[in-house]
Design a protein around this ligand. Structure first.
Ligand SMILES: [Zn+2]
Length: 418
């Protein structure tokens, strides 16, 4: 069995460990999957088709893996890159063609045509408005030492609205748009191979559909996209992150399970919203489909499905959460100081927080230590306890999103990281 098939098999059977599998865990290697079809496994993947007119990339991977992508593809084919397709405009999918572009300039080849959804340029425009913000959130999310986010993007030459079929060198590629992780998502179907490229609509983890620090996501539309893909009867599935899935039955199961998770979360949240529940009620009464979250391809290791509720609330409702005190609140610091005073000082609050932490009541421990620290951020005992509580909280959570935010919080109050 070739390397990639063996890896795919081991991931499917859960042989690679329950907790260490991350969507970004990858071989960082370009491999031929089949004649004239190659797959780059990296933090974010790319699929490469070798056609008579040149190479077609579906996704391009990221800047971090542009070197091995170039080397791997060039050891396999010397043809120019005819077309590059962005499944969406996230930075880890759109910077991998760097060396191919330089090579094309050097050899006077025609410039690669870039295709993306029609909302992709709007996304790049938005990134220009929020470069600093995106740097900060990515530093928290991925534990980067300092904020980094690109300032310039290669915009698409042609855009797709709802769907488009391409014919390059005798190969037909069908592109379809559905909202899901983003508003500019495309997924691809290559009919003669019965091959599907899902982009980030499938990532070998619970869908990244609630991400606390990012723009709106679309749980219901995402499930619709997965059901459409499921109906195609694909025999090979290439995801935006993680290994391929080989075999029609497995693919149908994986897509169906991911869709069902989103459908369940969406339905429960909408039902409660329609009954007049507050956000707090919904957050604490939605039941997670735990049997689905145990599947090797749906574990909550990247995003946390509980965050989907908030994304639905934002999408279908407003920002008012149902608590009238939150409508026009006092500064958090004033509330924290008032409560600390009533409790006998910020250290009393902090010690109460420690007691809750010892009883594994992590959410309450975080609420109280946060109040203590906001009341008195200079107190070394409060700061040290806050760091300890968030460090432990980061350990006990499963999702990278929650871990990243709690680790960043721990650093904020840690005197040794000044
Ligand atoms: Zn991605």
């Amino acid at each position: 069995m070739s390397g990639i098939r063996d890896w795919a098999e081991r991931m499917w059977t859960g042989d690679l460990g329950k907790t260490n599998i991350h969507p970004g865990q990858a071989r960082v290697q370009f491999e031929e999957v089949d004649e004239s079809l190659g797959f780059m496994s990296a933090f974010s993947n790319a699929l490469v088709l070798d056609t008579e007119e040149g190479l077609v990339f579906i996704d391009t991977s990221s800047l971090f893996h542009a070197d091995p992508l170039f080397e791997g593809v060039r050891a396999w084919s010397s043809k120019r890159v005819h077309t590059g397709i962005y499944t969406h405009g996230h930075v880890d999918h759109v910077f991998g063609l760097l060396h191919f572009d330089a090579e094309a300039r050097e050899k006077n080849w025609p410039t690669t045509r870039i295709l993306a959804h029609q909302s992709c340029p709007d996304r790049f425009d938005r990134y220009a408005l929020t470069q600093g913000y995106n740097g900060h959130i990515n530093a928290r999310q991925f534990n980067f030492p300092k904020p980094v986010f690109p300032g310039r993007f290669r915009y698409p030459d042609e855009t797709v609205a709802k769907e488009r079929a391409l014919e390059v060198g005798g190969v037909r590629i069908e592109l379809y748009h559905d909202k899901g992780e983003t508003d500019d998502h495309l997924w691809a179907w290559i009919p003669h191979r019965k091959a599907l490229y899902t982009g980030d609509l499938f990532i070998w983890a619970s869908p990244n559909c609630g991400n606390p620090q990012k723009a709106q996501r679309y749980p219901r539309e995402w499930a619709v996209a997965l059901r459409k893909m499921q109906a195609l009867g694909a025999e090979t599935l290439f995801p935006g992150h993680g290994p391929p899935i080989f075999g029609a039955q497995r693919i149908s199961q994986a897509l169906g399970d991911a869709a069902r998770l989103l459908e369940i979360m969406t339905q429960q949240t909408l039902d409660l919203m329609n009954e007049g529940a507050t956000l707090d009620d919904i957050l604490h009464s939605v039941e997670l489909p735990s049997e689905l979250l145990e599947r090797p391809y749906l574990r909550p290791i990247y995003d946390d499905p509980r965050f989907i509720v908030r994304n639905l609330w934002r999408l279908y409702g407003g920002w008012y959460d149902g608590n009238p005190a939150h409508l026009l609140p006092s500064p958090e610091r004033d509330l924290a100081r008032a409560l600390a005073e009533e409790a006998g000082g910020s250290r009393s609050l902090a010690r109460a927080a420690r007691r809750y932490a010892e009883e594994s009541k992590d959410s309450l421990a975080c609420e109280l230590i946060e109040l203590a620290w906001r009341a008195d951020p200079e107190d070394p005992e409060v700061a040290a306890l806050r760091t300890e509580i968030y460090r432990n909280r980061a350990e006990s959570e499963t999702s990278l999103m929650a871990k990243g935010i709690f680790q960043a919080a721990a650093r904020d109050s840690d005197p040794s990281t000044d």
